[in-house]
Ligand binder design. Structure first.
Ligand SMILES: Nc1ncnc2c1ncn2[C@@H]1O[C@H](COP(=O)(O)OP(=O)(O)OP(=O)(O)O)[C@@H](O)[C@H]1O
Length: 742
């Protein structure tokens, strides 16, 4: 069949083969068309040949066999295009008047002789000026899109680039396509390099090689948490990345060092290379940290002996020796680390420290890296607690790519002591900002669980602080939270010390259900989450059950589980709107997660307060999809409403199942964990321990026990390259007058 329509929206575009999913406005109403259609843009008129097919998920759609772009050839399509509100003051009636006047030449006149619009009744000078301005903008955007499409950049990314670079899009890309890697989220070295090569950059251009070095070092930091990379390995990897001999690229390192775009150092006999960003951050952290550590001016009026005596005689609670030692050290030390597994009394200790300091008239600040951890801290201490970002008063700059903090070295917070919970999640750069935001007279207590996975961002800060051997570290061993019916805490500790967990005890909360392979595991997991657990435990809220899986791929990975879980938990209904984005479907009432930090995203709370910022790992529910205006509304933490346009949907992912890495810092009433095969480096004790400690009331493991055993036995901890503890020692010695760094 043959059908004509105007492209209203390109829902999906595959840049490799030009495959698209588009919404077309036709005389029979709106239809979805799919097929290979490169180089078309929204607003284009198409004549399509194809057949109607029925997709059991997306409904009826036309599969394109051949097509022809007919922009401007059909009066009807011009009229529809104009009435789709692309230009101000032109609605349905005005669009008709314009095409009645100019007929088939309308688009040509708009482009080359727009002043003639004033011949149309109802368009005076003022309206014309508005239309002209919008038109000029629209034409510029169209030209830019054509330029970007010529480079093979898909529509979604093109729009992001235009939003970022505006009128300068073409010139910026022609000057330095590699800048796209830093400026546009989702564009990596490969895409930028393809663009550069298409723009005839020489393969051996120093520009290209330097960009590859920078990319390699920063991606090692962003993806693998490494603050530096060994010299030899860097050369080998970069050479492979751009396919140029090692000898050739090595020559450029010295140039980059002189330009300060790479830092070369030798630490403990090893030649290493840093991205300057992380090198400077390490130095700053080490310097500020050691300054507090060696500050002899920090004093309190707290009578330590009296307080300890009081604790020892407390009738309310009998403190363990290690707890008393922790509280005592909080009075005596400038910086203290308290680490322990679940239920070892960390919160109880924080409470006591807060009491002692506030009763003695000291100013206490409580903070944590995530909103959920801060909230828990506030609830258990009855003392205000904020996330580190909010505490420091962050402000997005540079279109949200960077941020600055209201509290910094010029304007530090006023506090006698700062207590940080969930410290294992603090990455190097966050620690840098935190240290800049407090005075060198402020004591710091880091509380956390060193056996959790390290921070998402670069660095290994809590371990490095402990490994510096300069900071008093209290390790809590005794478990207090061990209610009669609970095996979660017991098993977390057993797993952490390499023992096998206690499974399936009657009336308890830690279960294992066998399944021989991934297919069966998936099937069992789906029925558990959709039926058995909600029925047996009377769980009504889908947010209360969380599937945590080690991986993204495979039948028990997040991608597939999310699709399947969505089908069973939130199936397509006539009454719920949905939107297709790439190979994902988002539906009203879906459980979703933000997957990047977006500091400029606006939110509005239920009480009408407005603010900025949605963060990687924030959970929400889609409350509304407006398919007319293409707006998706998400409610985060049951409080903040955030609106997304279709273009921004790559920031969201379904979250019925999430990776264990993403679950750090969160807690859920019930956690279901599939057990299956996976890469050795990933399937570690650390990982299963982190997963289990996310559950408050129920853990269900599904799969084969041999994988559980393998994980418990696998004590491999991916090493993170960091020289922080070495540098803390250097600065410490400097401030103590032991050595002179210069
Ligand atoms: N010395 C003690 N004697 C008796 N009970 C204690 C003692 N210390 C803590 N508890 C209790 O043990 C439970 C766990 O303590 P707490 O919440 O402080 O541990 P936590 O390490 O913060 O645990 P999680 O990280 O799992 O939240 C609480 O109910 C607390 O009241």
């Amino acid at each position: 069949m043959e059908i004509e329509g105007i492209i209203e929206n390109i829902i999906y575009s595959n840049d490799d083969n030009g495959y698209k999913v588009m919404k077309l406005d036709t005389s029979d109403g709106e239809i979805t068309a799919v097929g290979i259609v490169p180089n078309v843009v929204v607003g284009d008129s198409l004549k399509i040949n194809g057949d109607f097919v029925y997709h059991n998920k997306y409904g009826e759609q036309i599969s394109i066999e051949s097509y022809e772009i007919i922009t401007g050839t059909s009066i009807l399509s011009i009229e529809r295009y104009l009435s789709s509100r692309v230009l101000p003051h032109i609605g349905k009636k005005m669009a008709k008047r314009i095409v009645d006047r100019f007929g088939i030449d309308t688009l040509d006149i708009l482009r080359h002789n727009p002043a003639r619009l004033m011949e149309v009744e109802g368009i005076g000078k003022k309206k014309y000026q508005d239309i002209y301005d919008a038109l000029e903008e629209e034409l510029k955007v169209q030209d830019t899109i054509i330029f970007l499409q010529g480079l093979g950049i898909p529509m979604g990314q093109s729009q992001k680039i235009i939003k970022e670079y505006g009128d300068e899009t073409i010139s910026r890309i022609e000057t330095n396509p590699y800048q796209l890697i830093n400026d546009i989220w989702g564009i990596g070295f490969k895409t930028a390099d393809d663009i550069a090569l298409k723009n005839n950059i020489d393969e051996k251009s120093p520009f290209r090689i330097k960009a590859a070095f920078k990319y390699y070092l920063s991606s090692e930091a962003n993806q693998n948490g490494n603050c530096y990379m060994p010299y030899e390995e860097t050369i080998y990897r970069v050479s492979r990345l751009i396919n140029i001999e090692q000898e050739y690229i090595e020559d450029l390192i010295m140039e980059m060092v002189l330009e300060n775009t790479i830092i070369s150092d030798e630490v403990e006999g090893k030649k290493i290379l840093y991205d300057p960003y992380y090198y400077n951050s390490e130095l700053k952290v080490a310097g500020l940290f050691s300054k507090i550590l060696t500050n002899e001016e920090i004093k309190t009026n707290i009578n330590c002996e009296k307080e300890i005596e009081r604790l020892k005689n407390s009738e309310k609670i009998k403190f363990a020796d290690e707890q008393i030692e922790a509280i005592k050290s909080s009075i005596l030390e400038n910086i203290l680390v308290i680490t322990g597994g679940p239920g070892t009394g960390k919160t109880t200790i924080i409470n006591e420290i807060v009491n002692i300091y506030t009763l003695n008239g000291h100013k206490v600040i409580l903070t944590a890296p995530t909103g959920r951890a801060a909230k828990r801290m506030e609830e258990s201490t009855n003392h205000e607690a904020k996330t580190i970002h909010r505490l420091l008063g962050y402000m997005p700059v540079d279109s949200g790519r960077g941020m600055i903090f209201d509290h910094n070295e010029e304007n530090p917070l006023d506090a006698d002591i700062i207590i940080i919970d969930e410290s294992s999640m603090i990455d190097l750069v966050l620690l840098e900002n935190l240290l800049k935001g407090i005075q060198s007279e402020t004591k710091i207590i880091f509380v956390g669980d060193i056996d959790q996975l390290p921070s998402v961002g670069a660095g290994n800060t809590l371990k490095d602080i402990i490994n510096s051997k300069l900071v008093k570290t209290i390790r809590l061993h005794k478990i207090f939270r061990q209610s009669e019916n609970s095996n979660i805490v017991v098993n977390a500790h057993r797993i952490n010390s390499g023992e096998y967990p206690i499974l399936n005890e009657k009336g308890k909360d830690f279960f294992f259900i066998p399944a021989n392979n991934n297919t069966l595991t998936q099937k069992t997991l789906l029925s558990l989450v959709a039926k058995r657990l909600p029925e047996y435990y009377n769980i009504k809220n889908i947010e209360d059950i969380q599937v945590l899986t080690p991986m993204k791929k495979s039948e028990i990975g997040t991608t597939e589980l999310n699709k399947k879980l969505q089908e069973v938990l939130n199936p397509k209904r006539p009454s719920t709107e949905e939107i297709v984005y790439g190979d994902k479907v988002f539906r009203e009432y879906d459980k979703v997660m933000q997957i990047r930090n977006n500091y400029t995203k606006e939110f509005k709370t239920k009480t009408g307060q407005e603010g900025l910022g949605v963060f990687n790992g924030d959970f929400g529910i889609i409350t509304e999809i407006d398919n007319y205006d293409n707006i998706i509304k998400v409610l985060f933490d049951n409080d903040r409403f955030v609106e997304y346009t279709v273009k921004e949907l790559d920031e969201l992912s379904l979250s019925y199942a999430i990776t264990i890495h993403k679950s750090q810092g969160s807690e859920f009433p019930a956690v279901v964990i599939p057990l299956g095969p996976g890469p050795y480096m990933l399937m570690t004790r650390n990982l299963i321990y982190t997963a289990i400690t996310r559950a408050r009331k129920l853990v269900v493991l599904v799969g084969s026990l041999k994988y559980l055993q393998n994980m418990i036995n696998n004590t491999h901890i991916a090493k993170r390259n960091s020289t922080l503890s070495y540098r803390i020692n250097e600065y410490y010695n400097l401030y103590k007058g032991i050595i002179d760094v210069n």
